[in-house]
Design a protein around this ligand. Structure first.
Ligand code: URA
Length: 290
């Protein structure tokens, strides 16, 4: 975007609409920052990162923007510097340890609430732990909370949640007979896709959550949930509709049905029939298991 002058200053309403359409709907600073008032900065040459910094899924200080560069990042994309942490292997190890030592769902929630190793926590309003019945035979796992979930601290309460409720009702289930969680329990800013590293940091928590709930059937809502929990790189359109197995850390195997994410179905209603078939499979499996 070019610097604004009094003659070419973009209309603020248009600018806000642009941000909203890009998914930027949260401000992270108490005070607005007038980016148009900032003097243009000379382009700086990129710092060559160390071998450590370019290792897959590792972010170190060498690959983080320096404070001077961060000043050019719009406030909506910047985490408060006092609380933001960049995940590294030590944090992943800590997440694994906290997850393993939780012996109940309450303990797991407490451990996750106290965990500062995932940078998404710095920008999220709430930990979105779970909704529904922890004794349920069916557990559904989505990708990550969106704006409504972040505000309420509950998974699937927005538009896709309302569709999910209707899909569940179609096979005689509701939130008293299912348990719902996400792979990532903190909303990524602007609903961006969680990075592989963020997913790896959060993976021990959701895996432990599944193990503690120990459902008869797992439903993976969307590709990221299926890929993370079913150890596959296959796309969701190939995976869906076929029973897979989720294996917990202690070796328990749980039948898992990957299906299409409700947010995808809102955008692609023609595929609702596919999800309907998948849910009928779940219904049949529950009948066979009880
Ligand atoms: N999408 C998800 O994957 N999870 C939610 O909780 C909401 C939307």
């Amino acid at each position: 975007m070019t610097a604004a002058s009094p003659n070419n200053r973009p209309d603020l309403v248009d600018l806000l609409a642009f941000y909203a359409s890009a998914g930027v709907d949260d401000a992270l600073e108490d005070q607005p920052v007038n980016r148009f008032a900032e003097a243009p900065k000379p382009v700086e040459r990129a710092v060559v990162p160390s071998a450590d910094a370019v290792a897959p899924h590792r972010s170190t200080s060498a690959s983080r923007p320096e404070p001077a560069d961060r000043a050019n990042v719009p406030p909506v994309a910047r985490a408060p510097s006092t609380t933001a942490t960049v995940p590294d292997e030590a944090q992943a190890a800590l997440a694994r340890q906290l997850a393993t030592t939780a012996t109940t769902l309450d303990e797991l929630r407490q451990h996750m609430a106290a965990f500062d190793g995932c940078n998404l926590k710095a920008t999220a309003k709430n930990l979105v732990f779970a909704d529904g019945n922890p004794e349920a035979a069916v557990m559904l796992v989505g990708e990550a909370p969106g704006r409504d979930e972040d505000i309420e601290g509950l998974p699937f309460v927005g538009r896709s949640g309302r569709l999910l409720d209707r899909m569940l009702a179609a096979i005689g289930l509701d939130r008293t007979s299912v348990y719902i969680a996400n792979v990532i329990p903190w909303r990524p800013p602007g609903n961006r896709t969680p990075t592989p590293h963020e997913t790896e940091i959060c993976r021990p928590f959701i895996e432990r959550q599944i193990e503690l709930v120990n459902p008869k059937v797992l439903i993976n809502l969307g590709g990221p949930s299926a890929k993370t929990l079913l150890n596959t790189t296959e796309g969701i359109l190939r995976l869906r509709g076929n029973w897979r197995v989720h294996t917990t850390a202690s070796g328990i195997t749980i039948p898992a049905m990957p299906t299409l994410h409700p947010a995808y179905l809102l955008r692609t209603p023609a595929h609702k029939k596919l999800a309907w078939r998948d849910f009928l499979e779940v219904k049949a499996k529950l009948r066979a298991l009880t």
